[in-house]
Design a protein. Structure first.
Length: 214
């Protein structure tokens, strides 16, 4: 459960919280199952924080630092996370429905089973991130960087992929992913695709299998 002292510190505001983190670098914040709904945490330093199963509905975490934080099964429904940095963070089973994740960084992050339905991921970076079984229904993935991302069995129903980079991405078993969607991406060079989908790509839009022009 949440540490009352840590929760109290956070509710004092981002400036006080960040100062406390700087003065106590060895403390790992325990905010497990904390109710932080609708709080303004823009720019908060939450690296290595335990936010598992926390309620973060409509929270403002724009530009926040969440390196190696644990947000497993947390609720971030309609949260504002523009420019937040989730480097190697754990977001397995996390609810990110209709969240604003524009230009957020997920390098090496774990998002298996996460729900990003209806979320805005334009310009986000998922380099080497794992999104196995993630729900991307109606997500906006325009100009998203998905280099070497594992998207096996992810649901792409009605997702927007214009300009996305899927270089060496793993797309085996991807659900509801169509050649029409892929025809709008920048590249899928080196990506792993199911045989039937690869044949359709080779027939309709072979250019995306090549390195894009700079």
């Amino acid at each position: 459960m949440v540490d009352p002292e840590h929760l109290s510190k956070l509710k004092q505001g981002v400036k006080a919280w960040n100062t406390w983190r700087e003065e106590n670098p060895n403390i790992l914040p325990n905010l497990k199952k904390a109710d932080l709904s609708k709080i303004n945490l823009r720019g908060a330093f939450l690296a290595r924080a335990d936010l598992e199963q926390a309620s973060l509905e409509k929270v403002n975490l724009e530009m926040a630092i969440l390196w190696k934080a644990n947000l497993g099964k947390a609720n971030l429904w309609r949260a504002s996370l523009k420019g937040a940095d989730f480097l190697e963070a754990k977001l397995g089973g996390t609810e990110l429905i209709r969240a604003n994740l524009r230009r957020a960084g997920f390098l090496g992050a774990y998002l298996d089973g996460a729900s990003l339905a209806g979320s805005d991921l334009e310009g986000a970076d998922f380099w080497k991130a794992s999104l196995v079984g993630a729900n991307l229904y109606k997500a906006n993935l325009a100009r998203t960087m998905l280099w070497r991302a594992n998207l096996e069995k992810a649901n792409f129903a009605e997702a927007k992929l214009e300009g996305a980079v899927l270089w060496k991405a793993r797309l085996l078993g991807a659900l509801n992913l169509t050649v029409e969607q892929l025809s709008t991406v920048k590249t899928i060079q080196g990506a792993e695709l199911d045989a039937r989908l690869r044949m359709e790509v080779e027939h309709h839009c072979p250019n995306i299998l090549e390195e894009p022009e700079r």
